[in-house]
Each structure stands twice: as structure tokens, then as C-alpha cells.
Design a protein around this ligand. Sequence first.
Ligand SMILES: C[S@@+](CC[C@H](N)C(=O)[O-])C[C@H]1O[C@@H](n2cnc3c(N)ncnc32)[C@H](O)[C@@H]1O
Length: 268
Amino acid sequence: MSLFNLARLLGRSAAIGCFSVAAKLPLVCGLVPSAKLRRLIGIATLPDLKYGGIYSQSAYSPWKGDAAFRQVLAAIRSHTLVDEYRCYELWRLCGQIGALNPGDILEVGVWRGGTGCLLARRAQDANLGGTVFLCDTFTGVAKAGGQDSAYVGGEHADTSAAMVLDLTRRMGLSNVEVLEGIFPDATAHRIADRHFRFCHIDVDVYESASQTFEWVWPRVVPGGIVVFDDYGFYSCGGVTRLVDGMIGRPDRLMVYNVNGHALVIKRD
Ligand SMILES: C[S@@+](CC[C@H](N)C(=O)[O-])C[C@H]1O[C@@H](n2cnc3c(N)ncnc32)[C@H](O)[C@@H]1O
């Protein structure tokens, strides 16, 4: 782990510790001037979600020795909010879907196109065929609500479809289609007859994640994978609740990867 990542990890753990202490002293919370900070302190009292620092004993870091991945990561770095651990998991998973029934790739929650273009590059290099559909409002997070811990809607609006298309051009991608508007409401009808081998849901909030999953799941081929970003993040409790609510259903296997991803794999 780099010093930067270590500092971030310790900083995050310390912040969660401070939030937990502050949450036990309601008077302190009342004195905090920032609404966002008050929300973060409130998360520490949620009865269904427990948070703390995670220090894995694993040290294997294959993303460091994968030259093709590193090249793509360098190209998308300034266009993604996703760290290299999660990017590498997307890269590796996408490289393993070639044996599944034919299908496309869907990403909902694109921002500036980083993870979407990473998936598209992997699919193009592996000759997977199909299209990578990248769906975003490009006006920020939609459908934040009561299940969500910190998001209120409108976050991550500092992007545009043009920024994403510019990245696809610079990366020489010919397999991407950008769909602009709230998903599924405004754009899903354009791909309603498609099937998907892989879907990346990175929308930060419960309702958007839930509606995206309900729409895509019947269209996922057997063995296909849905990756939920945001699972386990302190500020994304809605997504954690949503995925936890799916555990035990007979048509799916859920894997928590401790890195901020939950994988949901469709059983044959
Ligand atoms: C954290 S960002 C995505 C990050 C991106 N995957 C990356 O590589 O950095 C979340 C995005 O989800 C989008 N979003 C949230 N709800 C949505 C919805 N219902 N339909 C379309 N886009 C949505 C927001 O506009 C925002 O750009």
C-alpha cells in the first residue's frame, strides 16, 4: 500500500471513529454548522449498518504487474472517481465474460467516463463484440431519498456527454454508445431488447440502484455479472441496504469484496 493510500485509510478510519464519538453526544452534533457533517455523524447511529476501519492481511497486488491495465488506468485516471483496486476488478471480470451467451455491457453512473471506457477497452481488446452502453444524467445523482445516508441529489454534475465522447475518441474506442438522461426512465426503452453479460451500477443512491437492477436483471444472461459500486461506503448506505436485501435469493450469488464492490452473479 502506498503512503498516500495508507494516509487515506487512516484518515477515513479516524473520521469514522470521530463521527461515532460525536454521535454519542447529541449536543455536539447540534453545534456542528455543516448539514453534510451532521448527516455523516448521523450515519454512525444507524442500527442496521456498522462501520469501522478495514485492514486486510492480503498483500497480493496483481494490478501492479498488468501492463495493459496500467496503460488503460493512466488513460482514464483523470476521468474516474474509482480507485485502482475496483478498476482492476472491473478489468479482470470483464476479461472473463467471453464464454457467456452473447450480450452487451451496461454501465449506469458514468460521470466523466473512466470506468465505462475501461470496460469498453477490455471488451474491444478481447473481441467480445456487442456494445458498451454508458448511461448518465450528466446533471448529477438522481432519485436520492430516505434510504440514503449522505447523498441529497445533484452531486457529480461536473461532467458532460461530450467529455465522455472525447475520452472514447482519445482511447480509440468504437464500441461505445452514450445514453443521456435518467435511467431507466428516460433512456432504457432504447435498449429494451438487449441482453447483458456485464452491468456496472455506480449511481450512489438506493432508488437509482434499485430501479437499474430491477430493469437489467431479467436481461442478464446466465452467469452474467452485476457489479454494484458504492457497496459498504460510509456515504452510500442505501446501496449497501439494497444489496444486503438480495442475499439468499435462489437465482443469484452475492459476493462482498471488501473493496467497495458487491458482485451479484446470475446462477445458471
Ligand atoms: C460516482 S459517479 C460515477 C463514477 C464513474 N463510474 C467513474 O468512473 O468515476 C455517479 C454518477 O451516477 C449518475 N447517476 C445517478 N443516478 C442516475 C440515474 N438514475 N440515471 C443516470 N445517471 C445517474 C450521476 O449523474 C453521476 O455521474
